[in-house]
Design a protein around this ligand. Sequence first.
Ligand SMILES: Cc1ncc(COP(=O)(O)O)c(C=O)c1O
Length: 465
Amino acid sequence: MATNTLTHVGPIIRTELPGPNARRVLEGDKKYISPSYTRSYPMVAKTGRGIMVEDVDCNQFMDFAAGIAVCSTGHCHPEVVKAIQEQAGRLIHMSGTDFYYENMVTLAERLSKIAPMKGPHRVYYGNSGTEAIEAAMKLARYHTRRQNIIAFYGAFHGRTMGSLSLTASKPQQKRRFAPLVPGVTHVRYPDVYRAGVAPRNAEAFAYECARFIEDKVFKTTLPPEEVAAIFVEPIQGEGGYVVAPTVFMQELRRICDRHGILLVVDEVQSGVARTGKWWAVQHTGVEPDILCCAKGIGSGMPLGIMMSRAEIMDWIPGSHASTFGGNPVAIAASLATLDVLEREGLENAREVGDHMMKRLNQWPSTVPLVGDVRGRGLMIGIEIVADKQQRTPGGELRDTIVETAFYKGLLVLGAGPNTIRLCPPLILTKEQADVALDILEECIRNAEGGKSIADPYSIGQPQGS
Ligand SMILES: Cc1ncc(COP(=O)(O)O)c(C=O)c1O
């Protein structure tokens, strides 16, 4: 990566986008790669360092997507790279399903220390978020001997058949894949803004959403003693970075306790220090029975984790496993990741998140098209609306803004139908955050003025400096 990243804060766009090398890769991609992927803009990455990513044409971008909230310590953090290299030189694979190795236990001990529920705990290792969710679904059924699961509209829990059955985010994720796993009931998630609820009524609304489970679902269609688990994201990720009010989470806990139902928190996106606490659920004071995480836990190495209170994990040998799950290199990356986050990431996510929020909280009243801003730490959603009064979802406008930001050298992604998500590496500085928000604000103002990516940009000039 070019050395000027050391002094220059912000993107540097040197070529038209996509540049000539990027275009070559895009042609190959079009020919060979599954068309099921959802790319918002033609970003062809070559190298990364910290919060910056350089493309194949030497353009440098600020990465506020972090590989979908994965690169928690930034790209190629030296401590993570070193841990991966050293471990790869010693032992790459052994398979914890059939053999033992030490760092599998070391990481479990470490996770147990930071778990959001009282111990003792046990840990299951997979390779991805969806595997962590599949494991939780199977464990919940196994332990409770019950079949049914409750999940929420707007939820995204993954794309394999079990987790997809819980997902209720976009129809294309499910179309033509039926039959899915039976026994899943979806209920409303407390999306306060989208429901048109005034802030002063938010708690009452959220409480009602939880109460609906006991007052209606359990009294009409679903006997509670047949429900194994409630799966919930404390902050919906793909659903639009929607924060569940504390009363909602607390009421879910009470309902679970009353009926012997397991509360499973999906912290695949919200977990591992992203919100300024190790786990987003800790903002609510609620203790889950099972926790799933992935993404940020390995700084980019594939690792999915399902952990529970020890007495819940009562399944017998052979009931669940994965050849690659928790391989030594991914675990080494994870241990180094936790070191970095413990030392600086956790507090930084809080501090820089607060810093950004101070400015962003003004946007619904000062910046056009911004209907709502919400989040915790460095998990921030900006909801784009075509009409603020009516809260009319501005999906196309959001897409234009996301795309325009790319051309300005800022990588962001959408979440939900009309929200921009900001999930940068947790080592972001305030200075970098300010530059990125300047760019984003400009993109939003341009979108309001009808300017699109077709408009000329100052190609060749450093952006946002
Ligand atoms: C909350 C949540 N759960 C589960 C998943 C699935 O994770 P993966 O893509 O690693 O299978 C995701 C992915 O975005 C997620 O955000």
